[in-house]
Design a protein around this ligand. Structure first.
Ligand code: PLP
Length: 423
């Protein structure tokens, strides 16, 4: 990594090298070119929501300026063009994540809604009292609360797979929780609070060995590396577009086609039916049966543009770049006096949670904001894992494809000011 130019050389193998030109990528993100409190913005809050490249913004503007109309309904030209553009994104998502069919791609409002669709539509039809769902100790609240609501309603049992003191997922302990009572494993792919990468292929395989279905929460995974639905053989996989450099208001529930078609709709309304009379309503097959009402048309098109953007750069190149940033930042942050990294798993995505002796995480966030550095502070919607480490909150730097080693230096300098302030 050449820290002075922010140009990172990525070695793919003996004969192939790509130059990942961060400055060129940064030029695609208009929002990054600004000062905060007179200091160049350093945006390390990508885990909460990533910034959008010009290509996404343009695609959304373009559809509204040229082809916008409601989808699936009109015979007129604009509606047909709009429908074509919207449905093309479904195909794009299917190809990007190697789904077997675009019918397996359900558009939702985001990751949270996607998990709730499964909890309602799959959970209420296929699960009953005494059935067990296994989650991990690192789940985001959106992969805890829907299952608790289901537990309170129908009496399923929630089991929690443990982690060790470094935040490693304990595969053997997870396996011990599986039995013929296990009907679903609902597991994060990457922990938003610790950065731990869960060995999800093994998790899914073991769930299947016990006759259970597997849902994977990929909200913190898809932006950091390639994910292949067919290779994983996963039953459900969810993610949101806004962490993937696309807009808010759109996300994806991937589900195996047969499984989706065995589930009842989650919401009733227009677009999800084939016929309605006062006596009887027939539902569409998946994915439309789960997309009642006017969908997020412009946002879907923005998400498609984000996937095109990532495809052009190469997801593997992004992974390699972020790995470099993660290693550099881990090394530099480890040298800051009184700083402790929470979550040092052997396999991590580009997320670093940390605390500082005698300093509240909110004070860290507020002070470094004055140096232009944006990080997330708090429990990160993952209170159980904070409790596991005996803390209320951390500061979290989560890195994206446009972050640079120089920005890491700015963070480290700003933390020096925090140290000085608190003595
Ligand atoms: N799961 C994880 C691991 C997350 O990090 C988040 C958001 O932070 C979500 C689920 C929820 O995603 P959304 O807020 O986009 O619905």
């Amino acid at each position: 990594m050449n820290k002075d130019t922010n140009v990172v050389e990525i070695r793919h193998g003996v004969n192939s090298t790509t130059t990942f030109d961060v400055e060129r990528i940064r030029a695609d993100f208009p929002i990054l070119d600004q000062s905060v409190y007179g200091k160049p913005l350093v945006y390390f809050d990508n885990g909460a929501s990533a910034q959008k490249p010009r290509q996404v913004i343009d695609a959304m503007n373009d559809i509204m300026e040229t082809n916008y109309s409601n989808v699936h309904r009109g015979v007129h030209a604009l509606s047909q063009r709009s429908t074509e553009a919207y449905e093309a994104v479904r195909g794009k998502v299917a190809r990007f994540f190697n789904a077997a069919s675009e019918n397996e791609i359900v558009f939702c409002r985001g990751g949270t809604e996607a998990i709730n669709v499964v909890a309602y539509a799959y959970g209420r039809k296929f699960l009953s009292a005494g059935d067990e769902i296994v989650i991990s100790h690192m789940e985001h609240h959106s992969n805890i609360v829907p299952w608790q609501m289901l537990r309170d309603e129908i009496g399923i049992v929630l089991r929690v797979a443990p982690i060790d003191d470094d935040g490693n997922f304990l595969l053997d302990d997870y396996e011990k929780l599986l039995s013929d009572k296990t009907k679903l494993v609902a597991m994060t792919h990457v922990s938003n609070a610790l950065g731990t990468i869960v060995p999800i292929a093994e998790v899914i395989r073991l769930a299947h060995d016990h006759g259970a279905r597997a849902l994977v929460d990929g909200c913190q995974a898809v932006q950091h590396g390639a994910v292949d639905m067919q290779a994983l053989d996963v039953d459900f996989y969810v993610f949101s577009s806004h962490k993937l450099y696309g807009p808010t208001g759109i996300g994806v529930l991937y589900g195996k086609e047969e499984l989706l078609n065995s589930m009842p709709p989650f919401m009733g309304g227009g677009d999800m039916i084939t016929s309605v009379s006062f006596e009887k309503t027939e539902f569409q097959q998946a994915p439309l049966r789960f997309e009642a009402g006017t969908p997020s048309i412009v946002e879907a098109i923005g998400m498609g543009a984000a996937l095109d953007y990532l495809d052009a750069i190469g997801v593997d190149n992004i992974s390699a770049h972020e790995e470099g940033i993660l290693h550099y930042a881990t090394e530099r942050l480890s040298q800051v006096e009184g700083l402790k990294i929470i979550g040092q798993a052997s396999d991590k995505a580009a997320i670093i949670s940390f605390i500082m002796d005698g300093v509240h995480a909110h004070d860290i966030g507020t002070i470094i904001d004055r140096a232009g550095v944006a990080v997330r502070v708090g429990h990160h919607c993952a209170q159980p894992v904070m409790e596991r480490f005996g803390i209320a909150a951390t500061a979290r730097a989560s890195f994206g494809l446009y972050n640079t080693p120089t920005e890491v230096d700015t963070l480290v300098e700003a933390l020096g000011a925090v140290r000085e302030f608190f003595g």
